[in-house]
Design a protein around this ligand. Structure first.
Ligand code: SF4
Length: 193
């Protein structure tokens, strides 16, 4: 069959009449077609890592509940329920998906040895052990019990802590407790979320 333009109008007109006579309602079918692509994605609430404004974001992932499927981030947008940004993001935050899905993104710790020019991959266990050993040695070598006037100060001025904008109040509470226990006095954090 090779319908002409006139045949097409006849067929669609008859179809429309049949729908009217028999009560077909095409609206649900059209509504189904307009379902969002992220409708079946899972939502993860997070914080934009770029600056101290600390805007809330929602990360949409598909495949994370299916067997033998690698989860895939498909969309990132501002969180409309977040009190700081109420759904808005600046251009940097709006490009977060490209930061997550980026072949240059670091997924494991790296170390550059003294005098070295290249970064080496290192396991999390080795990284934590090396950090712990260096913290202990630095503190042991530089701990100050008394200042020049003889006052007891018990401080360690050779270690400093700086936190990121995704650190929560609860995380920062633990940071302050653990750093103060070491005598560290130089503490700062980017955001107050
Ligand atoms: S979206 Fe923009 S303003 Fe908000 S935290 Fe990220 S970089 Fe800062």
């Amino acid at each position: 069959m090779n319908p002409t333009r006139r045949d097409f109008f006849k067929i669609t007109t008859v179809g429309g009449a049949a729908a009217a006579v028999f009560g077909f309602d095409l609206k649900p079918a059209f509504a189904q077609l307009r379902t969002l692509k992220i409708a079946r994605a899972s939502e993860t609430r997070s914080t934009c890592p770029y600056c101290s404004v600390s805007c809330g974001v929602i990360i949409y992932t598909i495949g994370d509940r299916a067997k033998n499927v690698t989860p895939q981030v498909v969309h990132v947008e501002g969180d409309p329920d977040h009190p700081i940004n109420r759904g808005t993001l600046c251009p940097k935050g709006a490009s977060l998906e490209q930061d997550i899905l980026n072949e240059r993104r670091l997924l494991k710790p790296q170390v550059r040895r003294p005098g070295g020019t290249d970064w080496e991959d290192i396991s999390w266990d080795d990284a934590l052990n090396e950090i712990a050993a260096k913290v202990k040695k630095t503190r042991d070598d530089t701990f100050i019990e008394r200042d020049a006037a003889g006052h007891t100060v018990n401080r360690c001025e050779s270690i400093a802590w700086t936190g990121g904008c995704t650190d929560t109040n609860e995380f920062n509470y633990l940071v302050v407790k653990s750093m103060r226990a070491l005598g560290v006095v130089h503490l700062e954090n980017q955001a107050r979320v």
